[in-house]
Design a protein around this ligand. Structure first.
Ligand code: ADP
Ligand code: ASP
Ligand code: MG
Length: 425
């Protein structure tokens, strides 16, 4: 049996934890498993490296930054290999490039183009546990001409799923610091409930809306390739959550979970001329710079001008600010204002599309909690509100209660039916 496992940063944060993980691997290995182990950087290493680069320059060269960030995963990989050697387990650590991970050239957010598993398979056949540095790959085919790339924050999840798909692994396991996927981030909503199963579509939406437990791209890859992903804890034997096709989805509680995201910022262009071409003038430079614009609201125009508000990831705020100042001058707009003290809360569930009243219940719950909604957006299976960051925990906890997410679902029954709140929805 071939297993691909991924250990996250907090699971490897100290030398003791690295040795703990080595012990877990040695145990699986004793049962005869063929193991590929993907590692993240130790603890906050990636953040520390980013901060270090920022002390050198506000605008580091993307190629050099990727080569720097990749070292975080090299560090944990080599240490884990040494810990396994100390236990008498044959193991080798490989960089992403050595593991055959080829990507496009978009530094900082590269996508995997292809995995050449030749070296991996050779090492497995030689009886070694193969440790792969997550979150990275390399461009091109030849080694001498290639450059190291990284896959975006949380990218080790994607490394693991890509390897599981390419190798046709029997199991793909994401080992982390929580027991699996919950109905909400358990750090934000203490009553959050562990889900034994979640469908790809709902997981993808939660990940996109900020549930950092799985990288969005990893869920996509799992879905496309039919890889069942087990998410479980490094620190317990609990079976955790399976991310897979969920055929019962229509029968479950229509709201499956909620996602919160503090890392968003709101930008407003005040007094832009109300004429064709303005939206392009604003958003094209952001797109060219690889900045993802999320919610967009254009206010009703007055006297030939209008206000345009939108959200972006807060890490991109400084860069966006510089670009938008040029846009403001070009359009002769009155001002660019930014607010990084906003947050996003979303309810997600495959049944939302067929059930009217969910939006009303969401807005009513926030209103009852005295929380102002600054922006709203929806997809077929999601409703999202932008609110003040200071209100995020209150909002998430109130919504979790309003949609009875703590209640175990009885498949086949509609858990909200007959409840006192049902009339409100
Ligand atoms: P790792 O270092 O193992 O990759 P991450 O920090 O990237 O771990 O992801 C795990 C964290 O994701 C948890 O500690 C938890 O706070 C957060 N999280 C957010 N939403 C959820 C959710 N719905 N279920 C579980 N964890 C969640
Ligand atoms: N170390 C990288 C990060 O912090 C990748 C990962 O943890 O998956 O984003
Ligand atoms: Mg992660």
């Amino acid at each position: 049996m071939l297993i691909v496992q991924k250990y996250g940063g907090s699971s490897l944060a100290t030398a003791d934890r690295v040795r703990h993980v080595a012990g877990l691997i040695a145990r699986d290995r004793a049962e005869g498993e063929r193991l590929v182990v993907v590692v993240s950087a130790m603890g906050d290493t990636t953040d520390d490296l980013l901060a270090l680069a920022a002390q050198i320059t506000p605008d580091p060269d993307p190629r050099e930054l990727d080569l720097l960030l990749a070292t975080g995963e090299h560090m944990s990989g080599t240490l884990l290999a040494m810990a396994l050697h100390a236990l008498g387990v044959s193991a080798i650590s490989l960089t992403g490039a050595q593991a055959g991970i080829r990507t496009d050239t978009r530094h900082g957010r590269a996508r995997i183009a292809n995995v050449d598993p030749a070296r991996l398979v050779r090492e497995l056949d030689a009886g070694r546990v193969v440790i792969v540095a997550g979150f990275q790959g390399a461009t091109g085919e030849g080694f001498l001409e290639s450059d190291v790339t990284t896959l975006g924050r949380g990218g080790s999840d994607t490394t693991a799923v890509a390897l599981a798909a390419r190798l046709g692994a029997d199991r793909c396991e994401i080992l982390t610091d929580v027991e699996g996927i919950y109905t909400a981030d358990p750090r934000v909503v203490p009553e959050a409930r562990l889900l034994p199963v979640i469908g790809y579509e709902e997981m993808l939406e939660l990940a996109q809306q900020g549930a950092q437990v799985m990288q969005t791209r990893a869920v996509e890859l799992g879905w496309v390739n039919g890889v069942v992903i087990a998410v479980r804890s490094t620190f317990s034997d609990h079976p955790g959550t399976r991310i897979r096709e969920d055929l019962l989805v229509e029968q479950r509680n229509k709201v499956r979970g909620l996602a919160t995201d503090r890392h968003v910022a709101k930008v407003t262009l005040v007094g832009v001329p109300d004429r064709p071409g303005v939206a392009r003038a604003v958003f094209a430079p952001l797109a060219d710079a690889g900045i993802n614009v999320d919610m967009i609201v254009q206010n009703v125009g007055h006297a030939g001008t209008t206000d345009l508000s939108f959200t972006i990831p807060s890490v991109d705020l400084a860069r966006a600010g510089r670009l938008l100042e040029a846009v403001r001058r070009e359009l002769d707009a009155a001002a660019v204002t930014t607010d990084s003290r906003v947050a996003k809360v979303s309810i997600v569930g495959a049944g939302i599309q067929n059930a009217p009243g969910y939006a009303a219940r969401m807005f009513g719950t926030l209103a009852d909690a005295g929380i102002n909604i600054e922006m709203i957006s929806t997809s077929e299976i999601r409703i999202t509100c932008i609110i003040a960051e200071a209100d995020l925990e209150t909002a998430a906890q109130a919504l979790h209660r309003a949609f009875a997410l703590e209640r175990p679902e009885t498949v086949g029954l509609e858990p909200l039916a007959g409840g006192a709140e049902a009339a409100a929805g």
